[in-house]
Design a protein around this ligand. Structure first.
Ligand code: ADP
Ligand code: MG
Length: 240
């Protein structure tokens, strides 16, 4: 579904991704872990064309991701992104936030979109918050609205960039629970996270990124339980 082939990315003379080879198969959950500054966010941003890359290829279902090409808008509707800071529109209600993309980007009729948006909010446990503004919601609730907003686009895959890192600890579980339910329904997900327990339980594969290179990748059980590389071992000791 998502394939990286020798992807290189630099900001000026600073090479941030130094030849990434990896793939996320349809229906898989792949967790991307690694220290701060290793290039995790950059890699996700390259997938949906928020950043350009200089060498190599990223493909989504065989279609080349070219941030400067005309097809990028279509691709971006198929792969949505959930950010650490929810990025909801503050002056729109939860329901309006979820309806925004399907109406304005996909140009679907409002009545259909409303029914879908309500069902999605109910699904993430917010049936009683349709008309709440983001400022009146907790961080965990806002992030669940953001996930519903992503789902409203009916994406083929969702990218999560540290979706629980900005949350108070008591709210982490409710967001992970929603992500777990998506995984159970075979949503294709690429998840940057420091929640190693979540990765252990939910991920099909884990990528460990360090200094712009994938130092280790494989089945979650292998990488997380018996990491072969010292840097992976060090990292896991620090975060668990
Ligand atoms: P991570 O998400 O793993 O913490 P990032 O992908 O955010 O890492 O950053 C990787 C490296 O790229 C860091 O050294 C960071 O300073 C640099 N970087 C990220 N975004 C930019 C940018 N817009 N301009 C220049 N350097 C950047
Ligand atoms: Mg990051």
């Amino acid at each position: 579904m998502i394939r990286f082939e020798d992807v290189h990315k630099s900001y000026g003379s600073h090479e941030v991704l130094k030849g990434i080879d990896a793939e996320v198969a349809k229906g898989q959950v792949v967790c991307l872990i690694g220290p701060s500054g290793s290039g995790k966010s950059t890699l996700l941003r390259c997938v949906n064309g928020l950043e350009t890359y200089q060498r190599g290829r990223i493909t989504i279902d065989g279609a080349l991701v070219d941030a400067e090409g005309p097809a990028i808008h279509g691709l971006r509707t198929r792969v949505s992104m959930v950010f650490q800071r929810f990025n909801l529109f503050p002056h729109r209600t939860a329901l309006e936030n979820v309806m925004e993309g399907p109406i304005h980007v996909l140009r679907e009729p409002a009545s259909e979109v409303r029914a879908r948006a309500e069902a999605l909010l109910a699904r993430v446990g917010l049936a009683d918050k349709f008309h709440a503004y983001p400022g009146a919601l907790s961080g965990g609730q806002q992030q669940r609205v953001a996930i519903a907003r992503s789902l409203a686009m009916r994406p083929d895959a969702i990218l999560f960039d540290e979706p629980t890192s900005a949350l108070d600890p008591e709210m982490v579980g409710e967001v992970l629970q929603v992500m777990r339910s998506l995984a159970d329904e075979d949503m294709t997900m690429l998840v940057v996270t420091h929640e190693i327990q979540f990765a252990r339980e939910v991920a099909d594969a884990v990528l460990f990124l360090d200094g712009g290179r994938i130092v280790e990748q494989g089945p979650a059980a292998e990488v997380l339980r018996n990491p072969r590389h010292e840097r992976t071992q060090d990292f896991l000791r620090r975060v668990t």
